[in-house]
Design a protein around this ligand. Structure first.
Ligand code: ZN
Length: 686
């Protein structure tokens, strides 16, 4: 079903003229329509960009150029996820916009849903679960629709089809779309098989896992105190029997897209806020030109040191979740500016980082004597792109290179206008009424959930990940496949433990000593029950963050059972199960006990214990409970995943060509936005 909600926005489009400063206004929360549309398991939202009007003209100009640089990388992400994604997207869009199609047929409408899902996932595999989509339209319909298309709408020689005939095109694409046994998973993590041969992602071509591992093992120098992130910005291919890297750079792989990115970065550089920021952009440009990973590290070090600029951004090959070997980075961009008011909160947290470290419930030998380099801020996202679009994180902590984090610190952000959109869109959807135990919990969450969610994210990102230390000689990779889950568990526990500490009220971060209960109740309700709405019946939990939430809540639940203290229990009422918390303070104690154990596992590199605790608590799902949750959830008609449309920015230039103001429009629809992006920001297909 296609559901588009469109209400006229408040008048936003006052344009600067006659030497007056341009006037932008941000619509108020209660007049803003956060919802765009819903299909399959997705709800598409829009987000406000509050205070963009408070940026200076020069800052607005810079924001505009960085936004353009962000949008130019979109095709890269599609191609990285699977080598057929771009031609498939192009063919589907051509059919979708073709005048000669019967747009009311069931097949056409199913193709529309499929295309919308492809846009969500930057490809044909689910953005979260990684499984290939099953098309609900017939193969015959698809073949006929493709044959009806004019030649110029078909993928051209730039795409991996080499400009063959329509028959060649269909012979290639039909099995990829319709055969469930071909490329079933984007990123295979299941041990025991060749991870590269069984993954659809496009970071390797014709290379076995062993060949790739050997290739990089040879490059690595174990004695390098500043180890390079080998493989981060390249595709590893075997050509004429030789394994070699195709580096992502101007003149290399993805050159057409990176040239455009650099074109806009050059413009942004000229209006940088200060010398430090200019140096950051210059380094990034140099990296895009050379592909030199040592330059990338230099860039990351400069970036981490820039804590004073209002505008900030990520633009490039960053996170490695999509590569089964965890080396190759997907392209993403997030342009943002500092939320000055809310940043006072993270500044308080950062300034007290040592207090938190000293008072954390972990063993003294695993604590840092001196916590350094924690800089944290709350930001307003202005544009989401690449791997951050249209589904996006709410907190980010970079850079990823461990030696840089140790030597230079890291920057951590909480993206508050995105969480605002999540929270506002959820109001009145019936979810809490269905799953919360009583009116008391609902009232608590209505009053404090947003606030404590943000605080939990701050604590997780700016203290949790940075806390604790490894014992001397412990390999940072000792926990292997369990490393990510244990790390997220640790950061979450750090946040959960301290959100209930009286220090929060003392520091003015929470209004009273019961607000934290909103966080505890919603966390346990989610971890023990409602996050199962994102898992298919009969499947285990695979995603790291979901695993860590179940690990924490199940472990504490079992601890409470074995201790017999009933701090948290699951109770049945009217044939439905509910999470009931009887003693919040005891819950905090158990969370502290678990944090101590998780920190011990990390600090000592105890692989066996990591494996045991993850496999016992984090992975398996109770089938009956799962069935019940899915049935209750289905009745609410809520989509478990959210994605976003970006605002549309338009720059104004005066007669001399000088930037004179920015316009922002929030009314663009979801399909409209993607079709526009494919038309205007698709350097790899045109
Ligand atoms: Zn984290």
């Amino acid at each position: 079903m296609k559901k588009i909600i469109f209400t006229a926005m408040a008048a936003l489009l006052l344009v600067g003229c006659g030497g007056k400063k341009n006037a932008l206004t941000t619509p108020a929360i209660d007049t803003f329509d956060y919802t765009v549309e819903q299909f399959a398991d997705m709800q598409i939202l829009r987000y406000r960009v509050p205070d963009v009007e408070k940026l200076s003209l020069r800052q607005q100009e810079m924001l505009y150029y960085l936004n353009e640089a962000a949008l130019q990388g979109r095709d890269i992400m599609f191609d990285q996820n699977c080598k057929y994604n771009l031609p498939i997207r192009q063919v589907l869009e051509a059919i979708y916009t073709d005048e000669n199609q019967d747009k009311t047929s069931a097949d056409f409408m199913a193709l529309e849903i499929y295309l919308k899902r492809v846009w969500v996932s930057n490809g044909i595999h689910h953005h979260y679960a990684g499984d290939k989509f099953t098309p609900e339209f017939s193969q015959v319909f698809f073949e006929n629709a493709v044959r009806k298309l004019p030649n110029e709408k078909l993928p051209n020689e730039k795409l991996p089809l080499n400009g063959g005939t329509v028959d060649d095109l269909l012979a290639t694409l039909v099995p990829v779309i319709f055969d469930p046994n071909i490329l079933p998973k984007r990123t295979n993590q299941a041990a025991g098989v060749d991870l590269l041969q069984t993954s659809a992602c496009n970071y390797y071509d014709g290379v076995t896992q062993l060949e790739a591992e050997n290739f990089y093992a040879k490059m690595k120098n174990p004695n390098d105190a500043e180890p390079i992130s080998y493989g981060l910005n390249s595709k590893l291919v075997k050509r004429n029997g030789v394994v070699q890297e195709d580096v992502y750079k101007i003149g290399g792989l993805y050159s057409e897209a990176l040239e455009k990115v650099v074109y806009w970065l050059e413009k942004a550089k000229n209006v940088a806020e200060n010398d430090q920021q200019r140096a950051v952009i210059e380094k990034l440009i140099e990296f895009n030109r050379t592909g030199n990973l040592r330059t990338f590290d230099e860039y990351a070090i400069l970036w981490v040191a820039d804590t004073t600029s209002t505008i900030d951004f990520i633009n490039g090959f960053t996170e490695t979740y999509g590569d089964p070997l965890g080396m190759k980075a997907s392209w993403e961009s997030l342009v943002n500016f500092k939320n000055e008011e809310a940043t006072k909160r993270t500044t308080i947290i950062s300034n007290n980082a040592q207090w938190f470290e000293d008072n954390s419930p972990v063993d003294k030998e695993f604590k840092k004597e001196e916590v350094k380099g924690v800089t944290a801020k709350v930001i307003t996202a202005a544009i989401l792109a690449g791997d951050c679009y249209p589904t996006t994180p709410i907190g980010i902590n970079l850079p990823n290179a461990n030696w840089i984090r140790v030597a230079h610190g890291s920057k951590s952000v909480t993206i508050e206008n995105i969480t605002e959109a999540y929270d506002q869109a959820a109001i009145g959807n019936g979810f809490l009424e269905e799953f919360a135990w009583s009116q008391n919990e609902i009232a608590l969450m209505d009053a404090y959930k947003s606030q404590t969610d943000n605080l939990h994210t701050d604590l997780h990102e700016c203290l949790g990940h940075g806390s604790g230390k490894l014992l001397p000689g412990v390999d940072p990779d000792a926990l292997k496949a369990y490393r990510a889950v244990i790390e997220e568990t640790r950061a979450d526990l750090f946040g959960l433990y301290f959100v209930a500490d009286p220090k929060m009220v003392e520091l003015g971060l929470l209004p009273n000593d019961s607000a934290y209960k909103a966080q505890y109740y919603s966390y346990f309700m989610n971890g023990l029950m409602t996050q199962l709405t994102r898992v298919e019946l009969g499947k285990n939990i695979e995603q790291s963050h979901m695993r860590n939430r179940q690990l924490i809540t199940k472990w504490v639940y079992h601890k409470s059972q074995t201790d017999g203290d009933r701090a948290v229990e699951i109770r049945e009422r009217d044939g439905k199960q509910f999470v009931v918390i009887n003693d919040y303070k005891l819950l905090q104690k158990h969370l502290g006990e678990l944090l101590a154990e998780i920190q011990r596992i990390k600090s000592t590199g105890d692989y066996k214990a990591a494996q045991n605790i993850v496999e016992t608590y984090a992975v398996k799902v109770d089938l009956d409970l799962h069935k019940e949750i899915l049935e209750r959830y289905a009745k609410l008609n809520i989509a478990p995943y959210k994605g976003f449309v970006n605002p549309v920015y338009t720059a104004q230039f005066d007669k001399k060509g000088n930037f004179s103001g920015l316009q922002i429009d929030y009314t663009e629809g979801y399909a409209e936005q993607h079709l526009r992006y494919s038309r205007d920001y698709s350097p790899l297909t045109k």
